[in-house]
Write a protein that binds this ligand. Structure first.
Ligand code: NAD
Ligand code: MG
Length: 380
């Protein structure tokens, strides 16, 4: 029996993780849940999964939730609460299904407590990759990728431990605006931006998929997970999202992983590796799909992808600035305070004004994030 703690159990990855638990009750149990504002869903999840702990970021929400449930589940709050929920005795795996850099602290603490990590929260590695990976090595902790591309790379590496990676092919759907010009992007609406062709996900990652920042963040995530240089990472737009990514070796053999676009496949593998459990998903029907196509990404139009590669090459504090500025800009877009193209322009503008410094400790990372928040400029 494995015991898991889910950081962000009310979100897209969190709820899909719980579906897997529901289908495998004899193999996996929920020790802790957590969330931010959706306490109605947290209440239902507590009643169904009876966790020992539930962490709620907001104190008032935590009090409300406490008054609604039986005493079996301990409700904790704030960042301390999130940390408690992953570090609790009895937790084997922390599923980091929280969105944004806020996931960095609980992930670091979970690693320090020796918990294995099923990592969905890519912003954590973008901001703190060096620290997270070295802590994981120090504490002998496994970091299992949940992101479908990284799971595909992980699977394409299986059995090739003695071989060096020549490069990885990081596939991208291209998002809802693939093929659009800068002029056309000037007038896209928030609803268009949130309408992803292949995946149903949380709002932040859906916006990132439309700007291609998601692929940029994933490139940086891949750098840290698989110890790659920026030159070893090639982004390939593949609109059908059937090949989830691939690895090319020195003999020019390319190994890819395929499947229908369903996050339950990589989540399940991250939880049960090396076992591939049966599930109720559909088989891949290549006849129905008919054609798999590939394109070069348009980095001049979708500047976020180029900016992410630049930040990765510059290193030091630059990826933190890229990530934080993007998080803030995406929040502004969702609140309808800025337009779609403002995101890439705001990220570019603050990167130009930032002088990179070493930022490998948690406090240093936080300082850079604060600097970014204080210095980001909304367009006039
Ligand atoms: P989501 O918005 O659907 O869910 C986010 C979860 O985090 C929610 O439970 C929310 O309550 C919680 N949360 C957010 N802010 C919080 C805070 N301040 N305190 C406590 N809890 C907080 O997001 P998602 O789509 O599930 O994505 C989660 C992470 O997984 C992201 O980093 C994303 O990039 C990554 N990811 C998601 C998918 C996907 O298909 N959804 C695929 C690959 C990677
Ligand atoms: Mg992905």
């Amino acid at each position: 029996m494995k015991n898991i703690s889910i950081l962000g159990s009310t979100g897209s990855i969190g709820t899909q993780t719980l579906e897997i638990v529901r289908e495998n009750k004899d193999k996996i149990k929920v020790h802790a849940l957590s969330g931010n504002s959706n306490i109605n869903l947290l209440e239902r999840q507590i009643n169904e999964f009876e966790p020992a702990i539930c962490a709620v970021m907001n104190k008032e929400n935590a009090e409300k939730l406490k008054s609604r449930i039986s005493g079996k589940t301990k409700v904790v709050c704030g960042m301390d609460g999130l940390v408690q929920s992953v570090c609790a005795n009895g937790v084997d795996i922390a599923v980091t299904a929280i969105s944004g850099m806020i996931g960095l602290k609980p992930t670091i603490e979970a690693i320090r407590c020796g918990k294995d990590i099923a990592l969905a929260n890519k912003e954590t590695l973008v901001a703190g990759g060096e620290m997270v990976m070295s802590l994981a090595r120090k504490h002998n902790v496994n970091i299992m990728p949940v992101d479908s591309e990284h799971s595909a790379i992980f699977q394409s590496l299986m059995g090739n431990e003695v071989n060096k990676i020549k490069k990885i092919l990081l596939t991208a759907s291209g998002g809802p605006f693939r093929g659009k010009t800068l002029k056309e992007l000037e007038t896209v609406s928030l609803a268009d931006t949130l309408n992803h062709p292949n995946w149903s996900m949380g709002k932040k990652i859906t916006v990132d998929s439309a700007t291609l920042m998601n692929k940029g963040l994933e490139a940086i995530e891949a750098k840290w997970l698989f110890d790659l240089t920026p030159e070893q990472i090639e982004v390939v737009v593949h609109p059908q999202s059937i090949i989830h990514s691939a690895v090319e070796y020195d003999d020019h053999s390319v190994i890819a992983q395929m499947g229908n676009p369903d996050m339950k496949i990589p989540i399940q593998l991250a939880l049960f590796y090396p076992y591939r459990l049966k599930n109720n998903l559909k088989s891949l029907d290549l006849f129905e799909i008919g054609k798999l196509t590939f394109e070069k990404p348009d980095m001049n139009t979708f500047k976020c992808l180029k900016l992410a590669f630049e930040a990765m090459k510059i290193g030091k504090s630059m990826p933190i600035v890229l990530n934080k500025a993007n998080e803030l800009a995406v929040e502004m877009l969702i609140r309808k305070e800025i337009k779609f193209l403002d995101i890439q322009n705001m990220v570019e503008d603050i990167m130009l004004r930032h002088t990179p410094v070493e930022a490998a400790s948690f406090d240093e990372i936080l300082e850079i994030a604060k600097w970014t928040a204080a210095n980001i400029k909304k367009p006039n």
